[in-house]
Design a binder for this molecule. Structure first.
Ligand code: MG
Length: 389
């Protein structure tokens, strides 16, 4: 007998941090009364804790699928969308109709302009939980449902070297190299005044065989970005990420035409339509889908479209408990042209201890969780961090 969705619940998780994401707050970046601070260089709001939203879908036969979505800012918004708008529509549906369900949920609000943002995050959380249920019902890991794994482990690049001085950042990179990691991305929002000098020193100190990348955090005009990329060319970067404002699609294409370094983008996109607009213009050659924003359905559609344009896929890794990270690793295992998955040590190493299922990142490689579905579920220890809604 077919199993069907009986209920959907949401849980806001709030895990304290000693140091905010991206590094200690600088002068003028003090947290407000709700625990958010604004990074001066890209004028973007960040939480000082690790916030996330876990989605629990229970079936009529008592099976449980776990999803998670992006909850770092105002997570209650996503919970209201899921519980009030989406859960009644999904109730009674077969989890194996997951892609049709995503399309039905998207249709509910598309003519009102909800093509992105919180609404699509809510869809992502449900989508991941439904895919998890499909795996559990079929007793297969998620990557089998997606067409099969190309690799048992997924290569990781270390994202950020969150130290205040350049010598400290170089020393930290060398510590990672001693542990078997060979690829690093610098977050320019923490060192915007010294990007070129940083890469000159990193290349000189770390040698020719390390992959170096820079995330420009949408900070520059196209002309500024082109000039900066020219200055970075001698240091042979593997990619430049998010050089200009996210909605400046023509500007991104202008940068890509002028750049000898591959342009990467995509963490903030929600759907394959966002990817299509950039791919058609040749604005990106590396897609960075974020599972927490997209869910499995849109992540895979985006990846497949990227493949049709011969783009590479390098999934993004944001703040979360690790449930959407597990789904992202399964998806990453299936994609052919995937050099790396992002690794955020300060998030992954700590928060995945709150999950059961065994997901590690060691010697430059993620393990893909085994077991049916995405293979992880909350440990009892996680519930101490649940916030009243
Ligand atoms: Mg980024």
């Amino acid at each position: 007998m077919r199993d069907t969705v009986a209920s959907i619940e949401t849980f806001i998780i709030n895990i304290p941090r000693d140091v905010p994401y991206l590094g200690a707050a600088r002068s003028g970046e003090e947290a407000n009364q709700f625990g958010y601070l604004v990074r001066k260089d890209n004028r973007t709001l960040y939480p000082t804790t690790d916030k996330s939203v876990i989605v629990k879908v229970t079936t009529a036969q008592g099976r449980v699928g776990w999803g998670e979505t992006y909850g770092i800012c105002a997570p209650r918004v996503v919970c209201v969308l899921i519980e009030e708008l989406l859960a009644p529509i999904v109730a009674g549906r077969d989890p194996f109709d997951v892609q049709v369900i995503w399309e039905d949920l998207y249709d509910l609000m598309r003519v009102r302009g909800y093509h992105s943002g919180f609404y699509l995050d809510a869809l992502a959380g449900i989508d991941i939980a439904l895919w998890d249920l499909c795996g559990k019902i079929a007793d297969q890991p998620l990557h089998k449902l997606l067409g099969g794994a190309r690799r048992d482990t997924v290569p990781a690049y270390v994202s950020g070297l969150p130290k205040p001085t350049l010598p400290d950042r170089i020393a930290l990179a060398k510590e990672w190299m001693a542990k078997g990691f060979n690829a690093f991305k610098i977050h320019a929002v923490m060192s915007a005044d010294s990007i070129v000098a940083d890469f000159e020193a990193l290349r000189a100190e770390l040698g020719p065989d390390v992959d170096l990348m820079v995330d420009l955090h949408w900070m520059f005009t196209p002309a500024e970005a082109i000039s900066l990329i020219r200055a970075l060319e001698p240091y042979r970067l593997a990619l430049v990420e998010a050089p200009c404002k996210p909605e400046d699609v023509q500007g991104l294409a202008q940068i890509a035409r002028a750049s000898s370094i591959p342009i990467a983008a995509g963490e903030e996109w929600r759907t394959v339509f966002d990817a299509r607009a950039r791919l058609e213009l040749g604005a990106v050659s590396i897609l960075q889908p974020e599972m927490g924003h997209k869910g499995v359905t849109q992540f895979m559609r985006m990846a497949r479209l990227g493949e049709a344009y011969h783009a590479r896929i390098m999934p993004h890794a944001t703040i979360g408990t690790g449930i959407f990270m597990a789904a992202s690793l399964h998806a990453a295992a299936t994609i052919q042209n995937l050099p790396y998955h992002e690794y955020q040590p300060s998030i992954f190493d700590r928060n995945t201890k709150l999950l059961k299922g065994g997901m590690t990142c060691d010697k430059g490689q993620f393990t893909v969780p085994q077991g049916p579905g995405h293979g992880v579920e909350p440990d009892d220890s996680i519930w101490q961090y649940v916030v009243d809604q």
